[in-house]
Design a protein around this ligand. Structure first.
Ligand SMILES: [Zn+2]
Length: 494
């Protein structure tokens, strides 16, 4: 969300803070839970509706698959009914109870059968903005799917189908009550705040519990994402408020200095030799494993008996989600601290350009060309993700003065003193000893220095010593894209 439409000239950047929400009354908490539930309901309703439209349209054209169409026609076949604009209109219609013939046909179809006898007038009791906003997320989810589909197609393969619902991988999923993500909703605009108080449409004012630090107090709030964590019986609500913060109020970045960072599975090392350890989650991981086993047993019991999950099973699932949240918070915290330390040390930070996505997806390979050593690689890939490289980069992007990415090839085998490249240089995993000049160093620090060396020309360019800098190509510090805290920023994995 850019500030292009606003008239005030002060440059701002988007920053967010998270607060615990304290309700004034039980009624407010109930309305909040209902609004979050309505988000899930509307998502599922439109998922079914679009499925129906797609099936009917396909049948009417007499074709089997989307891919049967000539290549040139395909872009036109992406259903315009799946854009948020169209879905907003339809939502307004459904909410007001005016069903057109198309919607009635949907209700009469197998896809819409569950909604046929439902009275949807309860949607009118909830605020429209935060409920329909979920359709923007659905639109984005369809777009991610289309991109993944197009990419797979370009590589001459099809997306594999999911076992759970038979849909292709990356296709938006139905949201269950006990989903993998916490329930919530977004107030997309016209956010009203007064001191520690936040206005929720139709629900009234709630108090935000601020911690000791709230550096962006008084800045203009742009959007708010409300999330329900904890258990159904003891929900805890959190509000993540995204502010437009005047850049003058942000912590200034280090005036000069350059730093190279080499990232490994469990730690990162910079060119000064400082080591940034990832938090040790061994105990937490063991607890998660144990709870996962128990949860699987509870699910199996309920499946065999045909009964809904027992209270005990639900409690275990709640505890499992809690452990996952704890792990996520720890990693997030580490990424914040590490990126802050790096940004305070140097103005320009050079990192390897690691396409984490590509690294984690390549291991499995394709059916025709299966990947080699899949098991070991996917183990490593999990670790790569676990070490939170993507997170660190995202935080660096807005904290450091300049972030430069370089090709990491051979940086671990190159001597930082004489430039000799060779596998034999790497005596052990930890130490580097050049076979040409005898230079000995910590292997990670040696790599970090190489990374910094590769980044130096790019840094000079950005500082105004190159042609593109004079044209202003690097003049403006990139502002981070505003992200919804719990919405996926990339297609969910299998
Ligand atoms: Zn050397």
């Amino acid at each position: 969300m850019s500030d292009s439409h606003s008239t005030h000239p002060i440059p701002t950047a988007i920053r967010s803070e998270r607060y615990r929400v304290r309700f004034d009354s039980r009624r407010q908490a109930e309305l909040c839970a209902q609004t979050a539930g309505a988000n899930r309901f509307v998502w599922n309703l439109f998922l079914a509706y679009n499925d129906w439209r797609y099936r009917v349209a396909r049948k009417a054209r007499g074709y089997g698959r989307w891919t049967d169409f000539p290549e040139a026609q395909r872009p036109l076949l992406v259903d315009p009914g799946r854009t948020w604009q169209t879905m907003y209109k339809r939502f307004a219609m459904i909410r007001s109870g005016r069903y057109d013939r198309e919607f009635q046909a949907f209700l009469a179809s197998p896809e819409g059968a569950v909604y046929a006898d439902q009275d949807l007038s309860w949607l009118r009791d909830l605020p429209s903005g935060p409920v329909r906003h979920v359709l923007k997320y659905l639109d984005a989810a369809y777009q991610r799917f289309h991109r993944a589909h197009a990419e797979a197609k370009a590589e001459g393969r099809f997306l594999p189908r999911r076992k759970s619902d038979g849909k292709p991988q990356y296709f938006p999923r139905r949201k269950g009550r006990q989903g993998r993500k916490p329930d919530g909703f977004t107030i997309p605009d016209h956010v009203r705040m007064d001191g520690d108080w936040l206005y929720l449409p139709r629900m009234g004012w709630v108090r935000l519990d601020r911690g000791r630090n709230f550096p962006y107090r008084g800045c203009a709030p742009k959007t708010v994402r409300l999330l329900k964590e904890g258990t159904d019986r003891h929900p805890k609500w959190y509000a993540t408020v995204a502010y437009a913060v005047p850049t003058a109020r942000l912590k200034p970045t280090a005036g000069d200095g350059e730093l190279g960072v080499d990232r490994n599975v469990r730690q990162a090392t910079d060119s000064e030799g400082v080591v940034y350890e990832q938090p040790d989650t061994t105990n937490l991981d063991a607890n998660i494993k144990r709870k996962q086993r128990k949860a699987a047993k509870a699910r199996e019991r309920s499946r065999q008996s045909g009964q809904p999950m027992s209270n005990r099973g639900r409690r275990i699932c709640g505890q499992l989600r809690k452990l996952h949240r704890k792990k996520r918070r720890r990693r997030e915290n580490a990424a914040h601290q590490h990126s802050r330390q790096m940004a305070d040390t140097a103005h320009a930070v050079v990192v390897e350009d690691l396409n984490v996505q590509a690294m984690t997806q390549s291991a499995k390979g394709t059916v025709e060309k299966p990947g080699t050593n899949v098991k070991a690689k996917s183990g490593l890939n999990r670790e790569i993700l676990a070490s939170g490289w993507g997170r660190l980069e995202r935080h660096l992007d807005y904290k450091a003065g300049l972030v430069v990415k370089v090709d990491p090839a051979y940086t671990s085998q190159t001597c930082a003193v004489c430039g000799h490249v060779g596998q034999a240089n790497r005596k052990t995993q930890a130490t580097f000893k050049c076979t040409a000049c005898g230079h000995t160093a910590n292997a990670d620090r040696n790599a970090a220095i190489n990374i910094l060396d590769r980044g130096r020309p790019l840094i000079r360019q950005a500082r105004g010593e190159g042609a593109s800098a004079r044209r202003g190509a690097f003049g403006i510090k990139p502002t981070p894209m505003i992200r919804e805290p719990d919405m996926p920023t990339s297609p969910p994995g299998p």
